[in-house]
Write a protein of this length. Structure first.
Length: 348
C-alpha cells in the first residue's frame, strides 16, 4: 500500500480488558453476524454455496461431469474416484453434526452450519493445497474476503488426539503446536508477492490461557493479496510424521466475496479505500482510511472501546500499535461525513 503514514502513541489506548483469549473464542455467532452485515452491504458477487439446495445433513463430494463446484464467480475444483470412493479438493456440505469425532464425520464444520447461520458451505481437503478459481468479471480482480473455520474432524483431532494425530499441547499442555493456512494469490500462472497466514489453532504462547482451536467462523480479508485469477490455500501443522502432516487436512469456507471488474461509469466508494493490514496482526496495524473520515475507533467483542483517535486530512494511511491488546477479535470503525464503515481484524 502507498501513502504517507504516522504513528499513534500507545497512550491512545484505553485500559485493556483482563479477559483471556479463550473467553473471546467462546462468544456467540452474533458478533460474526454483525460482520456479515458489514460485508453484505456491498455488491460484490457472493459464493455462498446455497445454489446447491442440499437437504439438511447431506453433502456432495462428486462434481462430475463437471471438474468442480461453481457458486457466485468462483469455482472450486473437485476430484472423485468412484472405484475407491475417494475425493480431494472440495465438497459442498449441509452437515450440522459437530459432536462426532473421526473420519466418518469429515463433512462437518465445527460451528454446526454455515457462516451467519446459513445452511451450506464448502469443505476443503487437500494435503498438497486447495485452490479457488475466480471466474466471470471477477477474474483478475482483487478479492474482498471469505469466512473460514475448522472442520469438526480436524478440530476434535487437535483437541483430543486420535489414532493418527496428537492432542495439541501434548501431555503437559505446553507443546508449541499450531495449525495454519497460508493463502496466496496467483495471476497469469505467477504467484503474488504477498501471502496471508491464518491460524486455525495456536498453542505457541508460553501462557496456556492463550491457546485456542478455532471454533467460530472468522472473516479473512483477502483484499491485500492484490489482483488474482486463483488462490492457493496451503495447510501447515506442527504435528508431522513420516508421511507428512498428521493433523487432518480439512477446513471449511463460506461466503467468498469477489470484486467484479469495474465499468467505465463506476466510481470508487468510501469503503473501497478503507483497508487494514496485516490481518491477523501482531504489533502494528496499518490502516488506509477513506476520504472524509475524521475518527478511528477499535472495539472488542463486548463493544468496549479500546482506541479512539482523530485523523488529519494530510495523510491517508496510519500505523496503529495494537500489541497491548489481548489476542482476539476486534472491529475497526472509520467515522466520517458519510457515516461509519467497519472492518474486522484479528490480534494474534
Amino acid at each position: 500500500p502507498m501513502g504517507a503514514s504516522k504513528n499513534l502513541a500507545p497512550a491512545a489506548f484505553l485500559a485493556r480488558s483482563h479477559s483471556g483469549h479463550r473467553d473471546l473464542m467462546r462468544w456467540t455467532t452474533t458478533f460474526w453476524m454483525i460482520f456479515g452485515l458489514c460485508h453484505g452491504l456491498i455488491g460484490q458477487p457472493l459464493a455462498d454455496f446455497e445454489n446447491f439446495n442440499l437437504p439438511a445433513a447431506k453433502y456432495i463430494n462428486d462434481a462430475s461431469p463437471d471438474t468442480g463446484f461453481a457458486s457466485g464467480e468462483i469455482m472450486v475444483p473437485n476430484f472423485f474416484d468412484p472405484n475407491f470412493q475417494y475425493w480431494e479438493g472440495w465438497a459442498i456440505s449441509a452437515v450440522t453434526d459437530n459432536q462426532t469425532p473421526g473420519y466418518q464425520n469429515q463433512y462437518s464444520a465445527i460451528p454446526g452450519g454455515g457462516a451467519n447461520g446459513s445452511a451450506q458451505y464448502a469443505v476443503g481437503y487437500s494435503p498438497s493445497g486447495a485452490v479457488i478459481h475466480l471466474t466471470g468479471s471477477s477474474q483478475g480482480q482483487p478479492m474482498d474476503g471469505m469466512y473460514l473455520t475448522n472442520s469438526t474432524y480436524a478440530y476434535m483431532a487437535m483437541r483430543d488426539g486420535d489414532a493418527f494425530a496428537k492432542k495439541f499441547g501434548g501431555a503437559t499442555g505446553m507443546d508449541p503446536d499450531f495449525f495454519s493456512m497460508t493463502i496466496r494469490a496467483w495471476k497469469g500462472g505467477l504467484p503474488g508477492t504477498d501471502s496471508l497466514v491464518v491460524y486455525l489453532a495456536d498453542y505457541r504462547s508460553p501462557d496456556p490461557a492463550d491457546d485456542y482451536i478455532l471454533d467460530k467462523w472468522i472473516w479473512v480479508d483477502l483484499s491485500l493479496l492484490g489482483p488474482a485469477d486463483s488462490l492457493t490455500l496451503k495447510l501447515q501443522s506442527s504435528d508431522v510424521g513420516s508421511f507428512g502432516m498428521n493433523t487432518p487436512a480439512y477446513f471449511c469456507v463460506d461466503e467468498i466475496r469477489t470484486n467484479p471488474a469495474p465499468s467505465a461509469t463506476d466510481s470508487p466508494s468510501s469503503r473501497a479505500s478503507f483497508r487494514l493490514w496485516p490481518n491477523p496482526v501482531d504489533a502494528i496495524l496499518h490502516v488506509a482510511y477513506p476520504d472524509g473520515a475524521f475518527r478511528l475507533e477499535i472495539r472488542d467483542l463486548q463493544g468496549t472501546l479500546r482506541l479512539q483517535t482523530g485523523l488529519d486530512r494530510i495523510t491517508s494511511v496510519i500505523e496503529v500499535p495494537v500489541q497491548s491488546l489481548p489476542s482476539g477479535y476486534y472491529v475497526l470503525t472509520a467515522e466520517g461525513v458519510d457515516g461509519q464503515t467497519a472492518l474486522p481484524f484479528v490480534r494474534h
